[in-house]
Design a protein around this ligand. Structure first.
Ligand SMILES: Cc1cc2nc3c(=O)[nH]c(=O)nc-3n(C[C@H](O)[C@H](O)[C@H](O)COP(=O)(O)OP(=O)(O)OC[C@H]3O[C@@H](n4cnc5c(N)ncnc54)[C@H](O)[C@@H]3O)c2cc1C
Length: 386
């Protein structure tokens, strides 16, 4: 396994860092955390700088980056700016990746360039009140009529639905309880269609992207908006979701590594400057060991994520390593951010210290993107325990 980066990859890292330094700030992240607004102005700048195109092929206006270009981008954005990370990941990556992996030629050529240029944002809507970890239990029904599908149902905990131009809505097009993994179809639904209602649900962290409930009430969706086209995409939704799981787990892992790294770096700096008992607190072994443990764990998380990414870049199976990386990195980030809070003492618990924001972000890790309970079950299955 060779984890050295090419000159081009190092140049990409530098380019993203320069962008972050030039266009973002801690103040922006704090303001967005307070207001909970989506950083649309930053999104436009990121698109103009070509950042949105990195994971997409050149024929769709992207720069054709591979797995490691994507990993570098995620790591640098999440480390550098929560606002920039939010502007990229959900509306660009999730929606674009769904189209890239599962759209037909027409859908890819029409929509991906729009996403790359920042003109179009998407969100992904699977979860429902009765379909959380059991995602295949979706009840939102898309009934076929002569000229369209009519959607009725309720989605919950959908990130960014209020600022998305379209909703990748996971629906059921066949009522057949015995075959719940079949008969699932994903539609690209224009959020402004009559019958679509979106409601914000206040949440703890990651506030640049809101959390929403969506109600579909007799929403008429053109047939050719089924992902994969009509009729090929009908009933193919479960496979469409699985297609992107490996890269998503690698992405989540590296995002949480970056959040942990940020908390660690700030705690390290604090330990070098805060004086108690006549010396900096970094002179106390308790603090030294706490920081040393944090550094070890971050590096372990990064290596797990990089290994899964390397396997993927080689076209090798990486579901096991991806799930391991997701579990470890998200739980590690929670430990590291709360330990960083401890290093900051009383200040760490105040809203004036950025570390509290990192803790709030880290709290989502074990729950989001397939809970860690479910990931462990997947790991056990891949280890052929059952
Ligand atoms: C901030 C945030 C953003 C989100 N964004 C999106 C989004 O953009 N799109 C989207 O579709 N969804 C999104 N979700 C939903 C998220 O994917 C679900 O919350 C998650 O899948 C868990 O589902 P649930 O909340 O219904 O919990 P449940 O499935 O009810 O789980 C509750 C608990 O039971 C455990 N559990 C459940 N089943 C099992 C099992 N078989 N074995 C062991 N343990 C089990 C879970 O691990 C969990 O600890 C988001 C959630 C949050 C909080």
């Amino acid at each position: 396994m060779d984890l050295s980066f090419t000159e081009e990859q190092e140049a990409l890292r530098t380019m993203v860092r320069d962008f972050i330094k030039r266009e973002t700030s801690k103040e922006l992240d704090r303001e967005i955390d307070e207001t909970g607004r989506y950083p649309a102005e930053l999104s436009a700048k990121m698109a103009a700088a070509g950042l949105f195109g990195i994971p997409f092929p050149e024929e769709y206006g992207g720069s054709g980056g591979g797995v490691f270009e994507f990993v570098i981008l995620c790591e640098e954005l999440a480390y550098g700016s929560e606002a920039a990370s939010a502007a990229f990941l959900l509306p660009v990556f999730f929606a674009g990746e769904m189209l890239l992996l599962n759209g037909n030629d027409e859908q890819r050529s029409k929509w991906i360039p729009e996403i790359v240029s920042g003109k179009l944002r998407g969100c992904f809507a699977l979860t429902e009140p009765e379909a959380g970890s059991d995602g295949a239990n979706v009840q939102t029904f898309a009934e076929e009529r002569d000229d369209c599908f009519v959607l009725n149902g309720n989605k919950i905990f959908i990130s960014g639905a209020d600022m998305a131009d379209f909703i990748m809505a996971v629906t059921r097009t066949q009522r057949n309880p015995e075959k719940k993994y079949q008969g699932i179809t994903i539609f690209m639904v224009d959020r402004k269609l009559p019958g679509v209602t979106v409601r914000d649900i206040p949440k703890l962290g990651g506030r640049a992207i809101s959390l929403c409930e969506i109600i579909f009430d007799n929403v008429q969706v053109p047939k050719d908006m089924a992902i994969g086209g009509y009729p090929d995409g009908i009933g193919a939704g479960w496979g469409h979701m699985w297609a992107s799981l490996d890269i998503e787990r690698i992405m989540v892992a590296i995002l949480y590594v970056a959040i942990a790294q940020k908390a660690f770096d700030e705690a390290l700096e604090h330990a070098k400057t805060r004086v108690q008992f006549g010396q900096t607190i970094g002179h106390f072994q308790a603090v030294q060991h706490q920081l040393a443990n944090m550094a070890i764990e971050i590096e372990a998380g990064r290596m797990l994520a990089y290994k899964a990414a390397w396997l993927k870049s080689q076209g090798k199976p990486c579901s096991l390593e991806g799930a391991m990386a997701k579990v470890y990195a998200t739980e590690m980030a929670l430990r590291v951010t709360t330990n960083a809070m401890q290093v900051f003492g009383g200040f760490g618990y105040t809203m004036e210290c950025d570390v509290q924001r990192y803790v709030r972000e880290a709290l989502l890790g074990p729950v989001g993107m397939g809970t860690n309970h479910i990931q462990r079950t997947i790991i056990a299955k891949l280890l052929e325990l059952f």
